[in-house]
Ligand binder design. Structure first.
Ligand SMILES: [Zn+2]
Length: 468
């Protein structure tokens, strides 16, 4: 057990941004904007990738696109044998968006983890390769889907090539789903299958959907957009406009897990853990890593599962009980989303590759890759992290179950104000499974993370409470 003075605890207030920890630069330097935009254009070139567009034409439609993704990854796998590829298929019954039912084919590539103890943990990078236009049942009309979601698919393919070159300690799964536009069909089938067969523990899912077109905001600074021309303060105007969209990518995460049952919700309420789900810890971890790595595009965390009237494959993973977040550009240009390709009076419509910014897309890929390298090389977060509340006590007594990897070097207790979005303070408590800190547990949220000999930190495990 470790007992520290309050002064020592507070002086250790850095969150670890300045210590000599590993960098992901060997991986980040491999990201190629040229390959990314070439993949987006190749996917656009299939004309439509609507789920029901069939397999009659080897140059057009969903099956041709899926085969092309698989062949591209196979080419990377020949150069880098750790990459294993396959197409998995699921039959889905008739529904509103699939009147006759359908066969949904996901393209899956896996780089097994290099450390035995870590290889049964998996991180996912996901994008959907199907597309749609204005009519969700139009299986033949043009649906280039460059931003939605050839951009995300290109990120998945690029990261698969790079991780195959430099595998990580944990397993990484690269998943290009189909049937997303018809109701998250491929992701749901995959996630449910993994939940029931449990070939590995899914530690985190990075879903990339609409990540290539950093369009500016729609006219928030225009006085005429506000009711009666009543404009708010300059500060509020700036907040409405947001930062430069080329410098940020939104990361959506669920707060209260969709899967939480009545007992889970009661526990969440008693801990005030509405904003501390595993998905939200993953989002905070992505922001932490991006700051460490000094990336050109910063994650802008949004504390909700997704946008209004929109969904994404991460929700299917959340439904299966897995931590999952969504990457999306700061603003969306609706004239380039779920529409036909046409010229209208007010401009060009269509989700075409001309609007994809390859430099931005490469930076989004680097945000994913940096977080992936850190998470998959770090130890598993400690389990059963709990504040011992057996008696009234102003201090904080913590206990946890250690992480299983042989290279674990120790643990950090982290904390933040209850109103703060990010873990703000960290204290290295060494290679122990309990610690006593002179922190008033009533006034802060507390978590624990593991670190290894290289300095990689795990995502944070939020501290529950136990009367032991
Ligand atoms: Zn999409």
């Amino acid at each position: 057990m470790i007992i520290l003075s309050l002064a020592a605890a507070l002086s250790a207030g850095s969150i670890g941004l300045d210590d000599p920890a590993p960098r992901a630069s060997p991986w980040l330097g491999e990201v190629s904007k040229d390959r990314l935009i070439a993949d987006v254009r190749a996917l656009e070139g299939f004309g439509t990738r609507h789920l029901l567009s069939g397999n009659a034409d080897p140059t057009r439609g969903i099956d041709a696109a899926g085969e092309w993704i698989k062949r591209s990854l196979d080419a990377a796998a020949r150069a880098n044998p750790p990459l294993e590829t396959r197409i998995e298929s699921f039959e889905v019954p008739p529904g509103v968006r699939v009147p006759g039912g359908a066969t949904v084919r996901n393209v899956v590539a896996v780089v097994p983890g290099t450390m035995k103890e870590a290889a049964r943990r998996a991180y996912y990078v996901v994008g959907h390769y199907d597309s749609r236009n204005a009519d969700v049942l139009d299986a033949t009309g043009p649906a280039p889907g460059a931003n939605d979601d050839a951009s995300g698919t290109a990120v998945v393919m690029e990261l698969a090539r790079i991780i195959a070159l430099r595998p990580l300690e944990s397993t990484v799964v690269f998943l290009c789903t189909s049937g997303e536009e018809q109701g998250l069909l491929g992701a749901a089938a995959h996630a449910q299958n993994i939940a029931s067969t449990a070939p590995y523990a899914v530690m985190g899912v990075f879903n990339n959907d609409i990540v290539g077109d950093p369009s500016p905001a729609p006219r928030a600074l225009d006085a005429a957009s506000w009711p009666g021309g009543r404009v708010p303060s300059n500060e509020a105007m700036q907040a409405a406009q947001g930062p430069d969209p080329r410098r940020v990518v939104r990361v959506f995460s669920e707060g209260v897990p969709r899967r939480a049952g009545a007992a889970d919700l009661a526990t969440l309420r008693s801990l005030a853990a509405e904003s501390d789900s595993p998905s939200r810890q993953l989002a905070r971890f992505i922001a932490f890593v991006a700051a460490r790595e000094g990336l050109a595009v910063a994650p802008a965390l949004v504390f909700r599962q997704d946008r209004f009237l929109r969904g994404g494959d991460h929700a299917a993973f959340n439904d299966a009980g897995f931590p999952a977040v969504r990457f999306t550009t700061l603003h969306e240009e609706y004239s380039r989303q779920h529409v036909g390709v046409e010229r209208r009076q007010d401009g060009e419509y269509g989700d075409v590759s001309r609007f994809i910014d390859a430099v931005y897309l490469a930076e989004v890929a680097r945000v994913n890759l940096a977080a992936l390298v850190h998470a998959a090389n770090a130890p598993r977060p400690p389990l059963k992290v709990r504040i011992i509340t057996a008696s009234l006590d102003a201090a904080t007594q913590l206990a946890w179950s250690p992480s299983p990897e042989p290279d674990v070097a120790g643990y950090e207790v982290v904390w933040r104000e209850t109103t703060d979005w990010q873990w703000r303070h960290a204290l290295d408590v060494g290679d122990v499974a309990s610690a006593r800190l002179p922190l008033n547990k009533d006034n802060v949220f507390i978590g624990v993370r593991a670190y290894d000999r290289d300095g990689y930190r795990s995502p944070v495990a939020f501290a529950a409470a136990a009367k032991e």
